[in-house]
Ligand binder design. Sequence first.
Ligand code: PLZ
Length: 452
Amino acid sequence: MTTAPAPDVVNGVEQVRRLLTPVPGPRSRELAARKESAVARGVATTLPVYVERAGGAVIVDVDGNHLIDLGSGIAVVNVGHAAPAVVHAVQEQVAAFTHTCFMVTPYEGYVAVCERLAELSPGSHPKRAALFNSGAEAVENAVKIARHATGRDAVVVLDHAYHGRTNLTMAMTAKAMPYKSGFGPFAGEVYRVPTSYPFREPAPVTGEEAAARALDAVTTQVGADRVACVVVEPIQGEGGFVVPAPGFLPAVERWCRQHGVLLVADEIQTGFGRTGRVFACEHEGVVPDLMTVAKGVAGGLPLAGVVGRAEVVDAVHPGGLGGTYGGNPVACAAALAAMRTLVEDDLPARARAIEEQMLPRLQAMAQRHPGIGDVRGRGAMLAIELVRPGTIEPDAAQAARISAACHAAGVVTLTAGTYGNVLRFLPPLTIAPRLLDEALDVLESAVAESVA
Ligand code: PLZ
């Protein structure tokens, strides 16, 4: 690690794994039963332990179990649960005022977050930003801006993409179950083209070739002059931590520039240090015209944003963008603290250290178990893809078994992937190396007992 050692206690939570009951325990089971009769069935839970407290990389449930969190609330608490700087900033802001609506009587925090997003995002050109509540809302607004700025309608997205659950973003998301099935009709003028998914190519395809394949589909099936924007996740998140072959993103960027098409990078899952750089686009020197952010931006408070070229964002007339809660002052205070922590504690370097610690162990597991077909990712966004040994046939049951074994042993893991066969790891970037090692020991046993 490049920075000070992680503390042993965060927010009153000891940074240890400790199980007092089976997982989930009796009090969690009671709450799960109450959920059944109160909460919509459509809202499912991955691991039904009910949380009482969280700090750093540890979640404490209502039965007193201490679990190591390798999910970060889906890549949100990059700074760790209840990071002291975030907690302090939120408490101060809550006591001052909680809401006025920025569109009615504005406040400094909103402006400061937009300034910070402009500084941290790729490219030194003049930028503008706008703030929203959720990732899906940010993606919707990026499309609104791109359409307004170009006067064009078509939106291009990729196979395996995930952009949200609202009507437009469902159309942009690839996977039918559980995100889209039964929820149509979907928004129009959204076109899906092949992506670069190295592990699933029948024969090796370079990034440039994969881009040519995608852009040929756009040219022949849509027409470049009708396209407002191409929206890409630099590493696909829900789609299975798919890292495109090198050269794919730069080739898409070049094509966009040639054809007056705006490149929108959806950095909602990849942003804020997660992949070892502040934003994942930086790994290949890609400078998007617009970028969407959410999740890690505010260390656990709901905030999202669009940041991009000033002339593009400012094409929209005054009053054309907004919402009652977008850029809520409490969320902005949290975001300023989280972004300060990101820079001051060099969290991208921590993400790179996590990769150095995890990758060799994941690769060693793959050597021993042919059921692990691929190990991939960047920084603290790593995954293993489970297959029937010797094939690329997805094996979601194996991924589910490993995940369940990790949960039972007190490690929070998530699955992902179009085929549900990817086990993904998103630890808080502040996790102590010894705690991460312990989580990897648990994973190793889970793999040994669950995988071919
Ligand atoms: N774009 C790249 O990863 C959210 C979704 C979990 P919201 N990913 C987690 C679920 O099952 O709903 C995400 C993302 C990318 C957009 C979004 C959407 O962000 O804040 O969930 O709306």
